[in-house]
Design a protein around this ligand. Structure first.
Ligand code: PLP
Length: 489
């Protein structure tokens, strides 16, 4: 397939000569998409049709046709003698603040958001198999103990387990979690600031519903978590993709792209999916920016329990003296995903609004599971379980690194990581990770291409491999199958 690519500011264009869709139509669609998602902001100057045609190596007429269509629909405007700009008044009400979006716009946004989620959960059917990510070691979960705690609660005939209860969550669980995150993560909180949610995706939705309006500017990590991106798109936010490097989110680059975001989404402990840790200097710069600009910061601390070397940096929330950081945690990784329990540590100013949103959006999480989890934590089983999983996951990671060293030479470069539940395998320079993904899928190996998480194309293709849910021999077997599949790409 012959591909053509260019990069306008914030909007990579990828045209496919082999596609049945005309090139001008592909260009039109991608520019329109970039404008509607906010990647090409209002007022951005576009290259001339001649420059763009030259850069894309296509006929100038093709660019002219795409631009004409965008002028006709008011996405672009001409300024005589000065060139072409993204219009300030967009035809879609997608970016307009204060005006409720039409039903059609909302349906379109939701469909687009769902398509992102479809990428992230595409493989998640049937029993987990290597290298599906986000899968804890189900084979090592203390089923019997959990069953005993569950049956103890159930056999007490406690009416509290059956009736409606506090939307903020079961108080003993809020106490247990508050105490756990203050001591292990340096989060500054009291139980009264905690809201129990149905996982962190739900927590994100509640925060978005509470603090964000359509058209608000949101910094997101690029590459980043698709669930967050999907929720921001569904809310009609203007996405500002901010690059990530070895020190995590690049704050300077974010400020250059947009100095006054309303919201910043970040995974500081273990950047998703690259795995870097946000450096202390950047943490300080981020809380300072939030204090100065009044932006809210969502700290998604999804897998910080699993650090194998040294101690994790304390949570960003603990550094924030201005109460701008909204801390989100989940039990999906450390317990199991179907438990559907997560939590928000709300800045005091936001607590009541978040509680109303929680109450309206389904009232509460099931009391029984909350109570059993509270027992599991307060009786010390939780801390023990984490310690055991840390040892087991370090062993499983080592198995993957060893298997890759032996089987994937020249095909995929996998280095160990100090933290997390997945590793990235880097493909040879210029290899397309979507081709590698398709070959692996055909061979029955579940991986995700790095490009699926990217807005701007990655400099090098990679595959994401989860290892925590699989025994060493399964890891070795799947690695051999993956090697065979990659040799055929
Ligand atoms: C970075 C990140 N945030 C949030 C979530 C959502 O977790 P939950 O199952 O609690 O909704 C995930 C799930 O994989 C994740 O990877």
């Amino acid at each position: 397939m012959s591909k053509i690519a260019t990069s306008l500011p914030n909007a990579a264009i990828n045209l496919d000569r082999a596609s049945a869709t005309a090139l001008y139509r592909q260009l039109y669609d991608q520019l329109r998409d970039a404008i509607l998602s906010g990647r090409l902001a209002a007022g951005t100057r576009l290259p001339s049709t001649r420059e763009l045609a030259c850069e894309l190596n296509i006929a100038r007429n093709t660019v002219l046709n795409a631009f004409e269509q965008l002028y006709a629909e008011s996405y672009l405007e001409r300024r005589v003698g000065d060139g072409t700009y993204v219009s300030h008044q967009l035809p879609d009400d997608l970016l307009r603040v204060n005006k409720p979006p039409s039903t059609r716009t909302r349906l379109k946004r939701n469909a687009k958001a769902a398509s992102f989620l479809a990428v992230s959960v595409a493989n998640y059917s049937g029993p987990p198999r290597p290298f599906r990510t986000g899968t804890p070691a189900f084979d090592a979960f203390p089923y019997k103990l959990w069953g005993r705690l569950l049956s103890q609660r159930w056999s007490n005939y406690d009416k509290e387990m059956l009736q409606y209860s506090d939307s903020a969550g079961y108080l003993p669980l809020r106490n247990a979690i508050a105490s756990y995150i203050s001591t292990t993560r340096g989060v500054r909180c009291i139980p009264e600031q905690l809201l129990i949610t149905s996982g962190s995706q739900h927590a994100l939705e509640l925060v978005i519903r509470t603090v964000l309006k359509p058209g608000d500017k949101v910094w997101i990590e690029d590459p980043g978590f698709l669930g967050a991106r999907a929720s921001f798109i569904a809310a009609g936010a203007q996405l500002v993709p901010v690059p990530v490097d070895d020190e995590g989110l690049n704050i300077t680059s974010g400020i250059e792209r947009c100095s006054d975001p309303q919201l910043i989404y970040v995974t500081p402990s273990h950047q998703y999916p690259l795995g870097s840790t946000l450096s202390l200097s950047r943490r300080l710069a981020l809380v300072k920016l939030a204090a100065r600009s009044g932006a809210w910061v969502i700290e998604d601390d999804y897998d910080s329990e699993f650090r194998y070397v040294g101690r994790p940096l304390a949570a960003l929330q603990g550094l924030d003296t201005e109460q701008r950081v909204i801390y989100i945690g989940t039990l999906s990784k450390v317990m199991f995903p179907s438990i559907r329990i997560g939590y928000i540590v709300a800045p005091p100013d936001l607590f009541d609004a978040l509680l109303s949103a929680r109450c309206l959006g389904g009232h509460q999480s099931p009391t029984l599971e909350q109570a059993v989890l509270a027992d599991f934590i307060s009786e010390g089983h939780f801390a023990r379980h984490i310690r055991r999983m840390r040892v087991l996951y370090a062993e499983r990671q080592q198995a993957l690194v060893n298997a890759a060293k032996s089987e994937l030479k020249g095909l995929l470069e996998i280095s160990p990581s100090d933290a997390g539940m997945h590793l990235l395998g880097w493909l040879p320079q210029h290899a397309d990770d979507r081709h590698a993904f398709r070959a692996a899928t055909t061979a029955g190996v579940e991986v995700t291409p790095l490009s699926a998480y990217c807005i701007e194309p990655p400099k090098r293709g990679a595959l994401r491999l989860g290892y925590t849910g699989y025994k060493s021999r399964e890891i070795w077997r799947a690695t051999r199958r993956l090697a065979e599949a990659l040799r055929g790409v």
